[in-house]
Design a protein around this ligand. Structure first.
Ligand code: ZN
Length: 151
């Protein structure tokens, strides 16, 4: 399970809309507790390093940006626990390309952006054999509060 605060969710949505019709991308900085629950504390946006004509349906992150993100996370007592990217005018489900590029362990948060407006958001984890992406339960703090109010 991955927990995303309201601020982090808003930030991801803003990035997706800002870069539309290209895919936005960046890192999820956070912590993993003893039970394996992941909490995203912040995001670190980075430029989509893909070819200009590919950026509307693919994202690429430079190895240098990865190293910088890990350093920044460590300085703040956090870890890089995953990546986020957007799917302009496509559902928030991983593409075949996403699966081929993905690494085990990390969470992959995908935001759908439709006609420039952010839509559904989901999270995915690569299976151990890298054959498929499994849906990871994503909980947004805003939803959390709403549920608490109801009971
Ligand atoms: Zn994708």
């Amino acid at each position: 399970m991955i927990l995303v605060s309201g601020d982090v969710e808003r930030h991801i949505r803003a990035e997706g809309e800002k870069w539309y019709p290209d895919e936005c991308c960046g890192f999820l900085l956070g912590q993993i507790d003893e039970s394996g629950r992941r909490r995203v504390e912040d995001i670190l946006p980075v430029p989509n390093a893909g070819q200009a004509e590919e950026r509307h349906h693919r994202f690429r992150i430079e190895p240098d940006d990865f190293m910088r993100a890990e350093r920044q996370a460590r300085l703040r007592g956090l870890d890089v626990i995953g990546f986020y990217h957007s799917h302009p005018d496509h559902p928030a489900t991983p593409s075949e390309y996403d699966r081929e590029q993905a690494l085990p362990f990390y969470s992959y948060v995908i935001l759908s952006v439709r006609r420039g407006a952010s839509a559904e958001i989901s999270s995915w984890e690569l299976s151990g054999d890298r054959a498929l992406f499994n849906h990871e339960e994503l909980e947004c703090a805003a939803q959390h509060r709403a549920r608490k109010r109801r009971y």
